[in-house]
Design a protein around this ligand. Structure first.
Ligand code: PLP
Length: 356
């Protein structure tokens, strides 16, 4: 089976095997990771190594903190304004459905102090909109580095004076060559490129962490900084699997190598779509995502047939998001090249069978 799910997504086979081997007894302790106290030295080593690996993979400078939080990327939609908004406003670039949700959450909490700087809704998010005017009193600008549903991505991160950029990187963290120094905050739910659902990574520049008595404890970044992400029981198993995924990625040569592989995978699929008379990509070429690739067939009946035959042949979770329709192939880091090649053969066969 080739699993094209947008998330939770495929994990590397070797990581699953290692987790299986260690499932009943971690490091000869006679206990599963799931049974270890989070206060034990065994678990402390796991979380420390996970952080060290991530720092290495993303070249995270010392003045950035790495936090392990629960609640998914969706909870960060509220945590970001709570932690970052000072006297000014919060600016949002709406380049897709998730960016809109992030904005709506900030607006729910802070009303018109949350403002929209650019919005590609009219273009059905087939491009990344440009910010034309930047007000001076912004505490941060929020972007979505990769739009999971619509299949667009920032290939370069814009700078807007010295205003901190906050990025929801849930669907392309560790699969793009971004420089952490270009961001004030990066956050990402784990369940696409990092590990099982349950843990969310937040990388935050130290000087942005404010002292406040008003933020609920579990939403306050300072709580996680002061307690090493262990104010309460962290999602221990998810952090352990994330550590294994980071090790897998380091062994493969790190993010730069992964980007090359992702470019190859995505390049093959875009080429097949562009060369065909049946399939089309709805996204403007310069903004195409490497990790989420939507494609369409003009005829609804044929779309249904395509999805059904694909399913029967073991290509699963290819249906596009209900707001976009058509198909979407999500090719996160752990998705193998071979699966893309097989999908392309199937797409060609399907097209040829219809005499297109
Ligand atoms: N942001 C982006 C870009 C996403 O792709 C998703 C989920 O797919 C989310 C946020 C929501 O993440 P979570 O389910 O971890 O709250």
């Amino acid at each position: 089976t080739w699993n094209f799910s947008a998330g939770p997504a495929v994990l590397p086979q070797t990581v699953l095997e290692k987790a299986q081997q260690e499932l009943l007894s971690y490091n000869d302790s006679g206990m599963s990771v799931m049974e270890l106290s989070h206060r034990s030295s065994l678990f402390q080593n796991i979380i420390d190594e996970a952080e060290a690996h991530l720092r290495k993979l993303m070249d995270i400078p010392d003045n950035y903190k790495v936090l392990f939080i629960q609640g998914g990327a969706s909870l960060q939609f509220a945590a970001v304004p709570m932690n970052l908004l000072k006297e000014g406003k919060a600016g949002y670039v709406i380049s897709g459905s998730w960016g809109k949700k992030a904005y709506q959450e900030a607006a729910k909490l802070y009303g018109d102090r949350a403002i929209i700087l650019a919005d590609s809704s009219k273009e059905k998010h087939t491009l990344i909109p440009e910010v034309k005017e930047v007000p001076e009193d912004l505490d941060y600008i929020h972007i979505t580095s990769n739009n999971t549903i619509e299949g667009t991505a920032y290939h370069e991160i814009p700078t807007w004076n010295d205003i901190p950029v906050v990025a929801d990187m849930s669907s392309n963290i560790l699969s793009a060559n971004y420089d952490v120094r270009d961001f004030g905050v990066i956050y990402a739910g784990a369940q696409k490129n990092i590990g099982p659902a349950g843990v969310t990574i937040v990388i935050v520049r130290e000087d942005l962490i404010k002292e406040s008595n008003e933020i609920p404890t579990m939403l306050d970044y300072k709580t996680y900084v002061d307690s090493g992400s262990m104010y309460n029981t962290p999602p221990t198993f998810a952090i352990y699997v994330a550590k294994l995924v980071f090790e897998w990625l380091l062994d493969l040569g790190g993010v730069a190598e992964m980007v090359k592989l992702n470019q190859e995978k995505a390049g093959l699929l875009y080429k097949a779509i562009d060369e065909s008379n049946l399939y089309a990509s709805p996204v403007q070429t310069e903004f195409r995502s490497l990790t989420n690739i939507p494609f369409t067939i003009a005829d609804d009946e044929l779309t249904k047939q395509f999805l059904q035959e694909a399913q029967e042949r073991g290509f699963v979770n290819l249906k596009g998001h209900r707001s976009v329709g058509g198909m979407r192939a999500s090719l996160y880091n752990a998705f193998p090249l071979e699966g893309v090649q097989e999908l392309i053969s199937f797409m060609k066969e399907f097209e040829n069978n219809r005499g297109a």
